[in-house]
Design a protein around this ligand. Structure first.
Ligand SMILES: *Cc1c(COP(=O)(O)O)cnc(C)c1O
Length: 387
């Protein structure tokens, strides 16, 4: 292509080898280009390991997002994936092998819990699921020589339980066990002060913020990420460069959105907490929340997720959702628009009835992801159905 004369090429050849414009280094575009390319021309002058070769392995647009995500989460490295659940499954499969044991908690995003309970055993990886409130039993659950990882979520889905992050890290360090945390509910900027080996985020949520892209990331220590990177190339849950671009674009307003969402959540939580038709509210920003003190100690702000339970006289949670007008009945979270979902079917149907009862998941419980609308409009919508 470089050596023959372009002017002599036929139409079909020209169409398949368009001329390339590369801006000079001192004249860059202000928005980075999207390298929407699966493959890269390999140079003879550089070690192949130091070149972009194939997008499943690496791509400049993906790498740029990875560098930004590692930077803002104060972690050594980052790998992006095609979804949040891909980040979780690649992390677990990356650091665990047949014969290993891991510890997690029942207060977990349902697909992750199901993967740990049902899929990992097929590959010879066993697990113990504790209750987040029984953190004092964590050390006892460690099987010397076998337990390799403690995986947890904080705040937890759907009812915002708060994990004692430092306690988990202390136990893990004492027994030389890795720690992985799914921090999706709190967002990217929180828990950066903790020495966590593997930090997982569903970028689908607050990072993207507009509910139009699935993506996930694993950030953390280079030693752990090396093994996960190996798995990511093997399993191929690669993020598309265009999706990576949309995540990076969404991140520009991350802090503005998050601040507004958190302010709104506090106002809406207070409204719900004082409403006679609301039985209880789960929001870490409320003094009566069981994890309030811990959340204040380890979180920079209280987030924009909340859960609540309505009085049976109002109807079921599903009926409640269907009667709302402004708030959309939909799963997922972290979008600019407020979303609501009943928790019984969507987040707990793999749990025993005893677990559900203890966790506050029932036919009248709901999860609310607060958006950036005027909180008065959201409250009016909730009020109209409650009354
Ligand atoms: C949504 C979510 C995930 C999964 O992310 P996807 O991008 O939907 O695959 C994982 N963990 C938590 C806490 C989540 O809320």
């Amino acid at each position: 292509m470089k050596k023959t004369d372009r002017s002599q090429w036929s139409l079909n050849t020209k169409l398949n080898h368009p001329k390339r414009i590369m801006p000079r280094e001192d004249n860059p575009s202000t928005v980075a280009p999207i390298y929407q390319s699966v493959k890269f021309s390999v140079s003879p002058d550089v070690n192949y390991h130091d070149q972009f070769i194939y997008t499943r392995i690496s791509n400049p647009t993906l790498q740029q997002l990875e560098i930004l995500l590692a930077e803002i989460q104060k972690r050594e490295e980052c790998i992006v994936f095609g979804s949040g659940i891909a980040a979780i499954t690649n992390a677990l499969l990356g650091v665990l092998e047949a014969g290993d044991h891991m510890i997690s908690f029942r207060e977990l995003y349902k697909p992750a819990r199901v993967f740990i309970k049902e899929t990992l055993p097929r590959f010879g990886i066993s697990s113990t699921l504790l209750k987040l409130s029984e953190i004092d039993r964590l050390e006892q659950a460690i099987i010397p020589g076998k337990t390799k990882l403690i995986h947890f979520e904080s705040p937890s889905n759907p009812n915002l339980e708060i994990a004692d992050v430092q306690k988990i890290i202390d136990v893990a360090r004492k027994h030389k066990v890795l720690v992985s945390m799914d921090g999706t509910f709190g967002g990217l900027h929180q828990h950066t002060q903790f020495d966590i080996d593997i930090v997982i985020q569903s970028l689908t949520k607050y990072a993207n913020g507009h509910g139009d892209v699935l993506a996930g990331s694993v950030s953390g220590k280079a030693s752990a990420l090396k093994r996960i990177k190996h798995m990511s190339i093997a399993l191929g849950a690669t993020l598309d460069p265009h999706a990576a671009y949309l995540i990076e674009r969404g991140l520009k307003t991350y802090k503005l959105r998050y601040e507004r969402q958190t302010q709104n959540a506090q106002i809406i939580a207070k409204f719900l907490a004082t409403h006679p038709k609301v039985k209880r509210v789960y929001y870490p920003g409320l003094i009566e929340h069981r994890g309030h003190d811990l959340a204040k100690k380890q979180m920079s702000d209280m987030g924009a997720m909340l859960a609540f339970e309505i009085e049976p006289s109002v109807g079921t949670a599903d009926e409640f959702c269907h009667r709302l007008n402004l708030i959309q009945f939909a799963v997922s979270l972290g979008s600019t628009e407020t979303l609501i979902a009943s928790t019984h079917f969507f987040f707990g149907d793999d749990l025993s009835s005893e677990d559900k009862k203890e966790m506050g998941i029932n036919l009248h419980s709901l999860r609310l992801s607060v958006g950036i609308e005027e909180p008065e409009d959201v409250i009016l919508d909730l009020k109209s159905v409650l009354e």
